[in-house]
Design a protein around this ligand. Structure first.
Ligand SMILES: Nc1ncnc2c1ncn2[C@@H]1O[C@H](COP(=O)(O)OP(=O)(O)OP(=O)(O)O)[C@@H](O)[C@H]1O
Ligand SMILES: [Mg+2]
Length: 242
């Protein structure tokens, strides 16, 4: 249920409040409270720079001790009707309520759940650490800087990179029972020559209507991208196995 926004109250310490002060004009009060809560639970110390300010989500990196984590914040202005239409046929979301905050938080939870499943199936994705309301905290992929998207930095060994991705899609489909459904060079990071698949918010259950067409589209996007790097399309047989 959506709760009425209350004024921000930071009982515990002033410095914690200072940490989020800079964001008071960026986020609504409820989101600030969620960030504060996750931070007091120890998931991160403070937000640093923005990695990407997107249409649906803002992606920040945050400091946690000496490490970095990524904080993905779904905007309250996200197209929740589209999210609803997208989730409604997924058997995991039968009976989903049309309330805006419920849809956005279910969307964030869905990404968290998909990341966990993918990870357990042996697919390299950022490890999810926490999700609460519209905020997801996950592993930071990169060194000093975030790993670049595949469209920005092409791999030195494209054939191997492509084959690893196909192997990941197979594990995702047969073991995690998921299809990414929004896979392209924009949602793959090139982490020192190794692929990491990101942005699993769209990923659907294999029982989703027309799931094979969605999987085919992901595979076609990969084939199209790697063809430009002179890698031949790989025939995929496991698509029939389900
Ligand atoms: N875990 C991560 N580590 C490093 N960089 C990341 C991570 N997650 C996201 N990014 C960066 O932030 C960008 C946006 O992230 P993502 O693709 O998840 O969001 P989006 O496309 O805005 O989301 P959506 O399509 O769900 O609205 C990515 O392209 C990538 O550059
Ligand atoms: Mg994306």
């Amino acid at each position: 249920m959506e709760r009425k926004a209350r004024p921000l109250r930071y009982k515990k310490n002033i410095s914690a409040r200072e940490k989020f002060k800079a964001y008071e004009n960026v986020f609504d009060q409820a989101t600030l409270r969620v960030l504060f809560k996750l931070s007091s639970q120890g998931y991160f110390d403070e937000l640093q720079g923005a990695i990407k300010i997107g249409k649906e989500a803002n992606v920040f990196f945050a400091i946690k001790g000496k490490k970095k984590v990524v904080v993905k914040i779904y905007r309250k202005s996200a197209n929740f009707k589209k999210m609803y239409d997208y989730m409604a046929p997924d058997p995991r979301y039968i009976g989903l309520k049309r309330n805006k905050m419920n849809i956005i938080s279910t969307w964030a939870k869905k990404e968290y759940r998909n990341l966990l499943k993918a990870r357990s199936a042996g697919v390299k994705v950022p490890t999810p650490y926490a999700v609460y309301q519209n905020v997801l905290v996950m592993e930071f992929i990169g060194d000093k800087e975030p790993a670049p998207q595949l469209n920005k930095v092409k791999p030195d060994e494209p054939k191997q990179f492509y084959e690893t991705l196909i192997k990941y899609l197979k594990k995702l489909y047969l073991n995690a029972k998921l299809v990414h459904a929004d896979l392209s060079e924009f949602n793959i990071l090139n982490d020192n020559g190794k692929p990491v698949i990101i942005d699993l918010s769209h990923a659907v259950d294999v029982r989703y209507p027309n799931v094979k067409a969605l999987l085919k589209r992901d595979l076609d996007n990969l084939a199209r991208f790697f063809k430009k790097l002179n890698v031949e399309e790989k025939e995929v047989k496991w698509i029939q196995k389900n």
